[in-house]
Design a protein around this ligand. Structure first.
Ligand SMILES: [Zn+2]
Length: 261
């Protein structure tokens, strides 16, 4: 089912009222047409949710959280797409009507293009997590550029989107390189403020407890959609965030809202 034009117009109007229309419209000269009106998930009585096309194009080069933004947070998922666990997470997010940001590994986008396309079709944001997930601080500037460019290219070719956010594997990066990345590719480096260490596989309930225990206004929460227990944890985390009064936005959505506050 497609979002009808009235709904889309209303979304644009509300974004404009919030001062966020430029982000929502994908503010690049030759992309005047918004990347929107893609099919929405409706299977199984899924919650109807807006398709976000927000792309952060502001001045920040390096962010960990968005202080002072109010009761908004951003769930971020690294290392996918995964052929089984990412679709399970997408089902859950669709049921809950919640958007997230996925920092994709280029190789995995190439391996599972349909999953990457589904992420975008359902309104989530995609970001760059390099082509092959190396520790970038061990690489030359030239190889870092190759990792970033190859990931940008495959994401664009597979999903039609040019993301504006970057997350370094293992969080291993420097502010100097972050500034260079912004200047060269327009990519903002996104770290995180809540890390449940889910990759250590402590169990779904521990992951959920850590995330809900540490969440705060403007938080950027880190998790990995390649691990089954993390998806299980989200069954608690997403409703838990809602019951605590938080609204989940894409990271670009959170940054855009932060710029308004
Ligand atoms: Zn990673």
């Amino acid at each position: 089912m497609e979002m009808d034009r009235r709904t889309f117009a209303r979304l644009l109007a509300s974004a404009a009222a919030l001062g966020g229309v430029s982000a929502l419209m994908g503010c690049q000269g030759r992309e005047a047409k918004p990347e929107a009106e893609v099919p929405l998930p409706t299977a199984g009585g899924a919650a109807r949710k807006p398709v976000s096309t927000a792309r952060y194009t502001g001045p920040e080069t390096w962010v960990r959280s968005v202080p002072g933004v109010g009761p908004y947070v951003s769930l971020t998922f690294d290392d996918g797409p995964h052929p089984v666990n990412t679709p399970r997470l997408l089902d859950l997010l669709a049921r809950e009507g919640v958007l997230a940001t996925f920092f994709l590994i280029g190789k995995n986008v190439e391996a599972y293009p349909a999953v990457a396309q589904r992420i975008v079709a359902e309104g989530h944001e995609v970001g760059n997590h390099t082509w092959s997930h190396p520790d970038l601080m061990l690489l030359s500037d030239e190889r870092v550029a190759g990792e970033v460019e190859k990931c940008q290219t495959v994401i664009r070719e597979v999903t039609g989107r040019t993301g504006t956010l970057f997350r370094p594997p293992y969080g291993s990066f420097s502010r100097t390189r972050g500034a260079w990345l912004k200047g060269t590719y327009g990519l903002t480096t996104v770290m995180w403020s809540v890390d449940p260490q889910d990759w250590r596989l402590p169990g779904a309930s521990v992951v959920a407890q850590r995330m809900l225990g540490a969440v705060h206004q403007g938080a950027i929460l880190l998790a990995h959609d390649i691990h089954a227990p993390t998806i299980e944890a989200m069954r608690t985390v997403v409703p838990g965030l809602k019951s605590r009064g938080y609204e989940c936005l894409t990271t670009s959505g959170l940054l855009a809202r932060g710029a308004m506050s």
